[in-house]
Design a protein around this ligand. Structure first.
Ligand SMILES: C[S@@+](CC[C@H](N)C(=O)[O-])C[C@H]1O[C@@H](n2cnc3c(N)ncnc32)[C@H](O)[C@@H]1O
Length: 792
């Protein structure tokens, strides 16, 4: 470490002295007021990309900030006034792919509030216990955690449809505008006479019809209408004997059987699967309210399903009674509407609606003989018997009829629903094989607890919400015991150390982070201590490191490797920031699916080893590689996925940014005697285009007929250049996308792979064909998701 070490050699401050009180931690700097956050920076990992766009637009600013790890960036201005004026201008500036910059004023650092201490009143929700902060779902039954994650992943699949549909609609609009412009320029009367310019037709792929379907049951048959027009044909889809209610519920189509059971419709097999028991009284209609299933019963009640555990213990809570014969119901624009034999009523959906519903008449809906009711795109849609036939009526909320179309497949309907489908079938979530102590890597923070005592553990809330207090990891169920023990030893050591822990608010102090890696199969332990020894005398620092190594290794003989990283910066260091090896081996070894993997300190490795085995087994199955397939393992880390699939493929090429990881990957191929794999140390965006275009090389290259890309990018998702190259390379038939951030970057990347082609985005679109969530992080809301894309 260059530079002079001073101050702490003279024992000015000790860890036990606590944080400095004289520095106001929540101070607002001038810069904080003058920043704009660019939210959709994600696909451009470097700030230069934004600089280019701003310069091309002659935009004045002071600086651009972007951390490689984050998917957003900042533009800094000289003054608040300049910032405010820039906001409007920037909203119309486009990234190079035509996407508009998504900008808003950055939150001032005021949001970083002073650390709350035990004697200060706490703002509700600000401070949590460590267990709440690290494993917020620790109290939730595991079966229910899986249920919640499955529901969240289904929403991802629905959002992919919506986003892609929107992209097609926007493209169609742009085409019409362009044709109009040309029509005016060429002074011709009709669009047909326009010479040049894009074709008016923007064909929308069929899978996008999943956004809107109507279902009805008549003659014991389930019929479906794709909502392209009100008179679109009704198609028989499946047998539906005894189905007396239908509802789109957490993205599944749920049916109520006349004998009481609730069933889910399986689109791909066109069959019904049991969901749960129904209430005691016969069901006449179903509705979905804030994630709860409501049933209207033949005895005039509305009851809510209360699930205890994972669908195994069901109770029914009565929300309203004495309503007469309810023939149909739906939630629509803040009300629960019911149609009964004596007219319509509606109940406002206030906060108490999941415990009690109070109905009032809805005279505006003066429609008789209604046997099905749903809400779609701000309209009420219902089925009404008029004379000897049924009509499908679309109406406004004030009762105005927008359209009424004869239904010609039936004269009586037992149930009816609108349904927004998933973009592709999804497997049930694969649970984590281990629920406790599953993390093979943890990053512990040094800091002060709420009583200002130095501690090594986890922050008890979000830094951005002003929480800097740290708590002991002792109660964290996802942390292995040996890691907790090492933290305890370090904490005892802190009490004797002359060096204080780092204070994130004053940027003073030394001990910053302790990363522990534990190989779950070989029990080797690697430690990385991050410290800021700027103000420490060099000799003192050297003595301290020696003392630390001997204290920790004496107390924990399992420690096989130790590093120290000196870092003075404010936020996280770059991936390749140097680390000093201070003890034992430089790597540890882990085993996965019977294969061995060397792991270096800076290389990525999946944090849940048995979970990774589940994930990789699925990826291998979905990649469906054969001896005619060239596999690209994009963002390959230590080569784990590529090495696991290599035995089935003709050839595998791994691409990875981190040098330590590609070095490991090459060693790992040798360790496992895998010969048909090579690794390239590079940013994927810099090499993928060329790699994909290159003719297969090496032994058996002439047999290669298709390419499969397995992509496992960081949270920001794939770089646009990689997405473009994948789309624009015809031999890429299948993409297996493994996402650790499905609710954000996966949706965007899927829309890019599947959306309309543009001048920047060439090649036939892909379509999602299959999805499978994997729970790698029990007791937290995080979920890993795999989606397989194939060419349309
Ligand atoms: C989620 S990890 C997956 C690693 C590996 N597939 C595995 O399962 O262990 C993402 C990897 O992408 C790498 N990475 C990040 N940005 C990259 C880029 N622009 N090009 C290539 N690799 C990148 C990271 O270093 C990290 O190893």
């Amino acid at each position: 470490m260059a530079g002079q070490r001073k101050h702490y050699g003279g024992k000015k401050r000790k860890a036990s002295d606590g944080p400095r009180d004289d520095v106001h931690p929540g101070h607002l700097t001038k810069n904080d007021e003058c920043k704009i956050i660019v939210l959709n920076f994600g696909q451009w990992s470097e700030k230069d990309e934004l600089v280019k766009v701003l310069d091309a637009n002659n935009h004045a600013y002071k600086a651009v900030q972007k951390l490689n790890k984050l998917s957003y960036g900042f533009i800094i201005y000289e003054s608040k006034e300049q910032r405010d004026a820039a906001l409007e201008v920037l909203a119309n500036v486009e990234w190079k792919n035509g996407e508009k910059l998504e900008v808003k004023p950055a939150l001032p650092k005021r949001s970083v509030k002073p650390m709350a201490t035990a004697d200060e009143p706490k703002e509700p929700g600000q401070l949590k216990t460590v267990i709440e902060a690290v494993t917020p779902w620790h109290n939730v039954d595991y079966a229910e955690q899986l249920e919640r994650k499955e529901d969240a992943m289904k929403k991802v699949l629905i959002k992919i449809v919506r986003q892609t549909r929107k992209d097609f609609a926007d493209k169609a609009k742009r085409v019409v505008e362009e044709r109009n412009r040309l029509r005016k320029a060429q002074k011709v009367a009709s669009m047909d006479d326009v010479v040049g310019g894009p074709k008016l037709e923007v064909p929308v792929p069929e899978w996008l019809d999943a956004t809107g379907e109507l279902y009805l049951v008549a003659n014991d048959t389930l019929y479906q209408q794709i909502m392209t027009s009100t008179d679109a044909p009704w198609e028989a889809k499946a047998k539906a004997e005894g189905i007396v209610g239908l509802i789109s519920f957490t993205s599944e189509l749920v049916g109520a059987h006349k004998e009481g059971a609730l069933l889910t419709y399986q689109k791909h097999t066109q069959s019904w699967m049991p969901l749960s028991n129904g209430p005691a009284a016969a069901i006449t209609s179903l509705a979905s309210l804030r994630g709860h299933l409501l049933c209207a019963t033949a005895n005039g009640e509305i009851v809510r399903r209360v699930v205890k555990g994972r669908r195994d213990s069901i109770e029914w809570m009565t929300l309203a009674s004495g309503l007469g014969a309810i023939t149909a119901m739906t939630v629509h624009q803040g009300f629960l509407y019911i149609a009964t034999t004596s007219g319509w009523s509606k109940a406002p959906l206030g906060p108490e609606a999941t415990t009690v519903l109070v109905f009032e008449p809805a005279p505006e809906m003066a429609f008789q003989d209604v046997s099905g009711l749903t809400s779609h795109d701000s309209k009420l849609i219902f089925i009404q018997k008029t004379g000897d036939h049924l009509s499908l009526v679309h109406a406004e909320t004030d009762g105005t009829v927008v359209s009424s179309t004869k239904i010609d497949v039936a004269t009586a309907v037992t149930s009816f629903a609108s349904h927004k489908g998933l973009c592709c079938p999804m497997e049930r979530i694969a649970p984590s094989p281990v629920l406790e102590g599953y993390r093979n890597k943890c990053e512990f923070t040094f800091g002060y607890d709420v009583d200002k005592k130095p501690v090594v553990g986890f922050r008890v809330g979000m830094y951005k919400e002003g929480v800097v207090a740290v708590g002991s990891p002792e109660d964290c169920i996802n942390v292995p015991q040996v890691m907790k023990d090492i933290c305890k030893t370090f904490q005892t050591y802190l009490a004797t150390s002359t060096l204080p822990v780092y204070d994130v608010l004053t940027h003073e102090g030394v001990w910053r982070l302790l990363t522990i890696r534990l190989s779950q199969r070989t029990n080797q332990i690697m430690l990385m201590v991050q410290a800021n020894p700027t103000d420490v005398d060099a000799a003192v620092w050297a003595t301290e490191k020696t003392a630390l190594v001997s204290t920790l290794t004496a107390a924990h003989p399992g420690i096989s490797s130790m590093f120290v990283q000196e870092y003075t910066g404010v936020s996280a260091p770059a991936e390749d920031h140097p680390i000093d090896h201070v003890y034992g081996a430089t790597t540890i070894e882990e085993e996965l699916l019977g294969l061995k993997f060397r792991i270096s300190a800076q290389a990525f490795f999946q944090v849940n080893t048995p979970g990774a085995e589940v994930l990789y087994s699925l990826v291998k199955r979905f990649a469906a590689a054969d001896d005619k397939t060239q596999v690209y393992d994009v963002c390959c880390g230590t080569g784990t996925i590529g090495i696991c699939v290599a035995s089935e493929a003709r050839k595998v090429i791994g691409v990875e940014l981190c040098k330590a990881a590609t070095d490991d990957a090459a060693v790992n191929a040798d360790l496992n005697a895998v010969k048909n794999i090579t690794f390239i140390n590079s940013k994927a965006e810099d090499v993928m285009k060329e790699l994909l275009r290159k003719k297969p090389e090496g032994e058996g290259a002439e047999f290669v007929q298709q390419a499969v890309a397995i992509v496992d990018p960081p949270r920001a998702g794939l770089h646009t250049k990689v997405l473009r190259s994948l789309r624009d390379t015809r031999p890429v038939k299948r993409i297996v996308y493994v996402s650790c951030n499905p609710t954000v970057s996966l949706i965007n990347d899927a829309a890019t792979l599947c959306g309309p082609s543009t001048s920047n985005l060439r090649g036939d679109p892909f379509k999602p064909v299959f999805a499978a969530p994997v729970d790698m992080f029990p007791h937290t809301e995080h979920c890993e998701m795999i989606i397989v894309f194939e060419r349309v």
